[in-house]
Write a protein that binds this ligand. Structure first.
Ligand SMILES: [Zn+2]
Length: 265
């Protein structure tokens, strides 16, 4: 059983435009056409039972529309994280609305949304998410378009986890894409979750194993970053690492259903 905690898809009206923009940015073609129907079909083909779609508003005016759409596409197979924009004055209220819509968490992308994760202007968002028990997935690490000045670093995530000890933090890309030495030294073993998105292409296997050992498999979530990477390729990569079966079960399934509080026994 596989639960992919990090995928992207879009409403039919914007999927084509969103994917062509991101394809230019990332420099390689997507594996789905970005729509809900194509994503659901391909996930089944790849052996992914359920998945979490992460959504990002790049303007304050988008957050309500995206969250309403996200709530409308949830099903047994699909969970969604909603979005708020840090510059939206009503972001904390929107988080309350998100909880009522039964969205499962929040995605923040500090590079796309142009904020530093430790900026106090974000605190009301962190407080609202913490009070409502909604996890926040942060994009963490160096992106090709922002390689010198990442907006979220492993050390920043550690600082945040100390400021907001009750907030459930999911640090995407194993705690920091292209910053795995810092992850290993400062963040591994601390009270945050990691997802595995892009580690199969970015992280040396030996280092991945060291980080899993230090961090504990009960706080690591399988994630692919589909449509930019294939969950099947990542699954095969993880299988080749020969982790103990208990660790694999935690990473592939158990942690996700426990964290999202969904009954999938
Ligand atoms: Zn992503």
């Amino acid at each position: 059983m596989l639960f992919d905690m990090h995928i992207h898809m879009f409403s039919d009206g914007i999927a084509e435009k969103a994917l062509s923009h991101l394809t230019q940015l990332f420099g390689h073609p997507p594996l789905t056409n970005g729509t809900v129907s194509d994503t659901k079909r391909k996930m089944k083909e790849w052996g992914v039972t359920s998945f979490t779609a992460l959504n990002i508003a790049t303007k304050p005016s988008q957050q309500k529309v995206i969250n309403d759409w996200a709530a409308s596409v949830q099903s047994n197979q699909v969970c969604c994280f909603g979005t708020v924009h840090p510059d939206a004055p009503d972001a904390p209220q929107e988080i309350e609305r998100m909880a009522k819509l039964h969205l499962h968490g929040i995605k923040l992308h500090p590079d796309f949304q142009e904020f530093m994760i430790t900026d106090p202007k974000l605190y009301p968002i962190y407080e609202a998410a913490s009070d409502l028990g909604l996890p926040i997935t942060f994009h963490v690490g160096r992106d090709p378009e922002n390689i010198e000045a990442p907006h979220a670093t492993p050390s920043g995530i550690l600082q945040l986890s100390r400021l907001f000890p009750k907030l459930t933090i999911i640090a995407a890309h194993l705690g920091g894409a292209r910053m795995f030495d810092e992850v290993e030294q400062t963040l591994a073993g601390k009270n945050v979750y990691f997802d595995t998105a892009l580690t199969n292409v970015l992280c040396p296997p030996e280092q991945f194993l060291r980080i899993v050992r230090k961090h504990g498999s009960e706080r690591i979530l399988f994630g692919s970053d589909c449509p930019w990477q294939s969950p099947l390729d990542e699954f095969k990569w993880l299988e080749r690492l020969n982790l103990p079966s208990k660790d694999r079960e935690n990473i592939y399934w158990n942690n996700a259903v426990r964290l999202l509080k969904i009954d999938k026994s």
